[in-house]
Design a protein. Sequence first.
Lengths: 266, 131
Amino acid sequence: MGRVIVITSGKGGVGKTTTTANIGMALAQRNRKVVVVDADFGLRNLDLLLGLENRVVYTAVDVLSGQCRLEQALVKDKRRGNLVLLPAAQNRTKDSVNPAQMRQLIAALAKVFDYVLVDSPAGIEMGFQNAIAAATEAIVVTTPEISAVRDADRVIGLLEANNIKKSGLIINRIRPKMVAVNDMMSVDDVTEILAIPLLGVVPDDEKVIVSTNKGEPLVLSGTPTQAGTAFENIARRLDGEKVEFLDLMVKDDLLSKIKNFFTKSI
Amino acid sequence: MLIELLEKIFPALNDRSSRQEVKNRLKLILAHDRSDLTPQMIESMRREILEVVSKYVDLDADAMDFALENTSRVTSLVANLPILRVKPEFYTVKGKGMSKETPVEDLPEISIDESAIGDLQGTSDLRNENS
């Protein structure tokens, strides 16, 4: 049986889909058999981030309604054959699927794949309930902003209430320079507040937008990027490896040394 | 004056940094978010707990403290109830004449065998003598 992991956040726009696409691809590069499931019915995006939008024929809803077989709906990535996408329907709403159906669908996938990554929609309503229905683990994505952290906290509570005990935190879009001048919460600030184990820290990186434009996850790019390396490290940690966290802090220059001296002495 | 100047030059000194501010705001809002208790429920809980405790002890009503706290995803009820004194009916050390005593003449007689004094440690010898 493969591991079923839901990627969720509560708040929209914090990077759930980017995270799913990159971790999925990075795990595939480690020769794991991976299926990424878009659970955002009505607002699907995972196909775009993977550059697979033109190859979507059937969706999860077609499988559930018996219009096609499960293997017909799965889109195989040409760059990495062991990465497969199960697209969500774009012309249906989140209420067209129920948790029992999701459990059935994902149970079938977990028999074949090592990892089933479920990209959850924003919010905590039906779409979220569907996404977490079959999951036994969760990745909570947040950014160091008050609204994202508050929503992440709510989601962590709901995951616990739904008996998903194993959760890891990803702090996305951290800006080390802003943290250094006390204008942004640090990784420690956020982990202290949310109190779940840290799985990874991804720095704010313009390259993410470029990779989205191209439909090519960062971890595929030949030239290493900070965010890409961060996602690769997350995949390795998920896979059981011990990997040090990236040192994102800006190097101590003379000014910050003086600053630290004054902070300590007062 | 000097402090203000320093704060301007070194934002790290400033406890009113936006980082500190957002942390304080978050902690407050999360303590509220995490507990599903309404103020009414907390109030009636407080009243009932005080009722029970007051059966046994007198409390200092002015110094009492009763609040929800939230650390590491666990919400706890923290109550500080200073005790002025235990109610007299629950005193554990009783006064004279309060416990019943059996009269000496009703107790079994205790005998002593002078020659056996000193054999106290010889429990095995005792067993041999008996057998």
